[in-house]
Design a protein around this ligand. Sequence first.
Ligand SMILES: [Fe+2]
Length: 215
Amino acid sequence: MADQNDTELGVIDLWPTKIMRRCPDGYETWNKDLIKLIRELERGNKKLTTDYLAPDLFNMDHPAVNWLRESVNATVIEYLSHLGIDYPVNWTITGWPNVNRFGDYHDSHNHPWSYLSGTYYVKMPATQETLQSRSDVRPGCITLYDPRPGVNMLAIKNDPYVDPEHTVLPEAGLMLLWPAFVNHFVHPNLSKETRISISFNIVLQWSDDYLPEQG
Ligand SMILES: [Fe+2]
């Protein structure tokens, strides 16, 4: 389809992958409550992290969850604004806690049937075990992969396609949000301390107003 209205000369930034980083106000206090809540939930369900039929965390009426829900909503609003979506959009949030102990990791995956996905970091280990590991291990990190496989094949120094991955070592209080189709991998936790995060999906409540205008 020709973009007949795009007559500007210069560089067009096509097919960007927008990833948002935010640190919601008040996280130090609320994280203490979230840790307590997640520990309690885990006592009732030992498979909390992997049980996809467990009750949705965001359905809870709990002060810390209510704060997190508001923070996620504010982040989504800001994200949509950056995309240029300037009309009303409705969504629901689904989410679940992840408790990673020593050696726990999460294989590369994406989040089907969601529009956006994200993670909020509640607690990150302060120490690492001294192991005979290789120097390139990145314990506790999350890596997001370029959704366009192979675009790095002929990349040269300083062009934006060199690195097919983006790796973050999160700190407690960080919220990341990305398009749900982006594959990501959670590196093994190599600490005896737990790594606790809350993953969430933004699922659109459909409206025909979302259909793009196509000529
Ligand atoms: Fe994920």
